[in-house]
Each structure stands twice: as structure tokens, then as C-alpha cells.
Design a protein around this ligand. Structure first.
Ligand SMILES: [Mg+2]
Length: 441
């Protein structure tokens, strides 16, 4: 049943709705709409000038409307008089094809046409920095191996607890919080859900974490590598695929089913889905690792803690964290490639796009390497290296006609165009490094 937002406001004491959408670069944009005006907005949407955001539009484009999806409405636990609601972007009665939430919705429908329902969980790591973003907020958080540091996590207990309490209130089923592998870094885990729900929660989690951190005088960042030499912010995705009822995990092989190849308990469908991820990995990095800074996390030299925990090659394995894909147990796998800059909607979309492509073409994931990739990676040949920078990733994406078509041609065209413009802006930046290395040549 559709939630009537005006009734919701009256029931919950909501004074303002934040109608929000996410642009191609992952920026969250919103309008604050008073509850008195929400009935019309629920019908027609809130108006935006698309050109003012990263959606590949011109100033001449007509109004873009963000039409609230009432099933996503979430009262801000830290400011209950405001409710956030995800909007679907529409222009002249048509879905805006390149808008990330629309890209994902279309792929979810395509999976449903094949009787499949993708469920995912994500691990959105973040740092707590000083308000200007220049350094770690906790001056005592200096251990060489700070992962799970109980003293350091307690020094930020007020922030971590507040966010976790809110997730409990929202019914997300949070189950653990820790200090992560870099000084100043944290991770909070909540239960997996359908891809669109996870994408909305991921967006909201970033908004909530930044808001709570600001309240406590800190700055939360999901930037892939905010501090040189320390482990970066990953956004690992745990993926499983179910039947439409959500009761049977179609990735998990039935016990004693001799018709399927038994490797780590993955069914044939699971293997093919994984095969699609492997086949498109270099191209999908353009989505999962979308910024210039992303490539300082993957392919990175050893960090202060001893390991980057990020992959450098397109390989998969069992329960071993040094590969791009880890199969920790039957019926699911973990994609360790994405970083904190990933667009929550495009992350889910590209997983489904690559996975469905794998199922349709019966892709094989290739050999499994049960080795420590950090120490022994050089001993295997034939495993492609991940792109070394954003430009290489964009070129890989642009070459992958299958993935581009699966994500949608309009989206792919806009995304490549805007990301190449961003790359031009980066290379046009005159850096101190150039001076240091070239001045006296
Ligand atoms: Mg982690």
C-alpha cells in the first residue's frame, strides 16, 4: 500500500520533507518541502534545474521533477520534524534515463523478468576527521595496527553509538561496529536487503553519518583514500540472488545436487553471475571506483598497518581477503572492489548489470586462486590487472559495449562524457609534484 505522505506527516509530526535524489557523481541533492505542500509534490514531484547538478543537462532543459518514492520515506532520527524521501527523476512525463536511481530500478525490473531478486549488504567505511578535513580527529589514534582498537573506538563512542542507535530505531538491524584498519577509520554493519532498499539505506547512511559527525564537531568522510599511507575507505558489497519470493537463495547449491558443479557451494547460476562480474571487472571499476582518488586505494603500495585490504587484480577465491572477490560461504560472495566514493545506486546497478550479463552468456569466472595475492600475486599470470587510474577505467568502460548497453546507452554516454570532463579538470591542475620533478630538468 502506498504511504500517503501528508497523512504520514500528520501522524509522525513531520514538518518538512527532504525530497532527495543522487546525481551521476554521487552528490545528494534535495529540496525541503513543508508538510502542507507535500500532497501535491507526492503527485507531481519537486522541480529542479538539472544543469545545476551532475546529470549531463544544459540550462535549456525543461524542469526536472524528483517524484518522491513514498516507500523510502525515513524520518531523520536526529531531527524528527524532517523526513527524507528518495525521488525518481522525471522530465516531461518520462523517467530521466541517466538518473542513477532510475538506472537501478530498470535493472531490478530486468532481473525480475528472469525471476531473480538481488539482495546485497554493504560495508561503508568512513573516517572521522577534523572539521577542515586535514587530519584525523583523534590525536591519540596513532597505533601502527589500529584495527579493532578498543580504546580508540571508545574515544568516539558518542558518535558511533548515536549512529547505531538510529539504525536500531529505523529497524535496519545493525549488528556490529568497529574501529577499522586505518587511524581514524570506522565501520558499522547492518543487515542486507533488496538492492534498491540497500541503495537508499546506503545514501541515507552517508547523510546520517556526516550529520551526526558534524553535530559532534567532526567531519565524516567516505573518500577512498583521505590520508596518504593509511588504509582507504572500501565499500565492500555482499551479494546473493534469490527467487522472487525471497525464500530460496539461487546462488546456493542444493546439498547433494550432482547436476551442478560444486565449487564453494555456488550454484551454476551463482557461478555465471560471478563470471559476469569477473568478465566486466575492469570496466565496472569506472563505476565502483569513480574518482581520481579511488586509484590511490586499489593498486596501492603497502599501508602503515601492513595491508591495503584492497585488490589489485581481477581474481577470486574462497574465504581470503586479498582477492577482488571472496566467497566466504555457500550462497553469497563479496565484491571487495568498490570504494567509499561509489554512487549507492550505480553500485547496485552495475552489480546486477554485470551479473545478468554473466547469467545470459553462461560466463565462467575462470580459475580460483587460493593464494595470498599480496605476497604471491606475482606468481600467477593471466589475471588482468585492475585499471591504474580513472582515465584507464573510463576507457575500459567505454570499450565494454555489453556493460554499457546493460547499464543503458543514455546513462553510459552521459557518464563517460561527464567523467572525462572531470579527468580533464584533474590533468589541467598544476601540481607541486610537477614542479618538484621537472623544474631543474
Ligand atoms: Mg572493513
Amino acid at each position: 500500500m502506498t504511504v500517503d505522505l501528508a497523512e504520514y506527516a500528520a501522524e509522525k509530526g513531520v514538518k518538512y520533507f527532504m525530497i532527495s535524489f543522487t546525481d551521476l557523481f554521487g552528490g545528494q541533492r534535495a529540496k525541503l518541502v513543508p508538510a502542507q505542500a507535500i500532497a501535491d509534490m507526492q503527485q507531481d514531484g519537486a522541480g529542479f534545474a538539472g544543469f545545476a547538478t551532475y546529470l549531463d543537462m544544459t540550462p535549456a532543459h525543461p524542469d526536472m521533477l524528483a517524484v518522491p518514492d513514498p516507500s523510502s520515506v525515513t524520518q531523520l532520527p536526529w531531527k524528527p520534524e524532517v523526513a527524507w524521501v528518495a525521488g525518481n527523476c522525471v522530465m516531461e512525463g518520462q523517467d530521466v534515463a541517466q538518473a542513477p536511481r532510475n538506472v537501478l530500478r530498470k535493472l531490478i525490473d530486468e532481473a525480475a523478468d528472469e525471476g531473480l531478486r538481488v539482495k546485497t549488504g554493504i560495508e561503508a567505511e568512513y573516517f572521522l576527521l577534523t572539521p577542515d578535513g586535514s587530519q584525523i580527529s583523534d590525536e591519540y589514534d596513532t597505533a601502527a595496527k589500529p584495527c579493532y582498537d578498543q580504546q580508540a573506538v571508545m574515544r568516539r563512542y558518542d558518535v558511533v553509538r548515536e549512529i547505531c542507535d538510529y539504525m536500531l530505531e529505523l529497524g535496519w538491524g545493525p549488528y556490529q561496529n568497529d574501529h577499522e584498519d586505518a587511524n581514524g577509520q570506522f565501520e558499522m554493519n547492518w543487515e542486507y536487503d533488496d538492492a534498491l532498499k540497500t541503495a537508499d539505506k546506503h545514501s541515507f547512511f552517508k547523510f546520517m553519518t556526516k550529520s551526526v559527525a558534524e553535530k559532534h564537531g567532526f567531519r565524516a568522510t567516505f573518500m577512498p583514500k583521505p590520508i596518504e599511507g593509511l588504509t582507504g575507505n572500501g565499500c565492500h558489497a555482499h551479494i546473493s540472488v534469490w527467487d522472487m519470493a525471497g525464500e530460496t537463495n539461487v546462488f546456493a547449491m542444493e546439498p547433494n545436487d550432482s547436476s551442478q558443479t560444486a565449487e564453494l557451494g555456488l550454484s551454476d547460476q551463482g557461478r555465471h553471475f560471478l563470471g559476469g562480474i569477473m568478465k566486466h571487472a575492469s570496466a565496472l571499476a569506472a563505476i565502483t571506483n569513480p574518482t581520481v582518488n579511488s586509484y590511490k586505494r586499489i593498486n596501492a603500495p603497502r599501508t602503515m598497518s601492513g595491508a591495503t585490504w584492497a585488490p589489485n587484480s581481477v581474481t577470486w577465491t574462497g574465504n581470503n581477503r586479498t582477492h577482488m572477490v571472496r566467497v566466504p560461504g555457500p550462497g553469497r560472495f563479496e565484491l571487495r572492489l568498490p570504494d567509499g566514493a561509489v554512487n549507492p545506486y550505480l553500485l547496485q546497478a552495475v552489480i546486477i548489470a554485470a551479473g545478468l550479463s554473466g547469467i545470459r552468456s553462461k560466463s565462467d569466472p575462470g580459475p580460483r586462486y587460493d593464494i595470498d595475492m599480496y605476497a604471491e600475486g606475482h606468481t600467477i599470470s593471466g589475471a588482468p590487472k585492475l585499471p591504474l587510474n580513472m582515465l584507464d577505467a573510463m576507457r575500459e568502460y567505454d570499450k565494454d559495449e555489453g556493460l554499457k548497453a546493460a547499464m543503458g546507452q543514455e546513462f553510459s554516454q552521459s557518464y563517460v562524457k561527464m567523467k572525462l570532463q572531470e579527468w580533464d579538470s584533474f590533468v589541467g591542475y598544476f601540481s607541486q609534484w610537477e614542479k618538484d620533478h621537472t623544474l631543474d630538468i
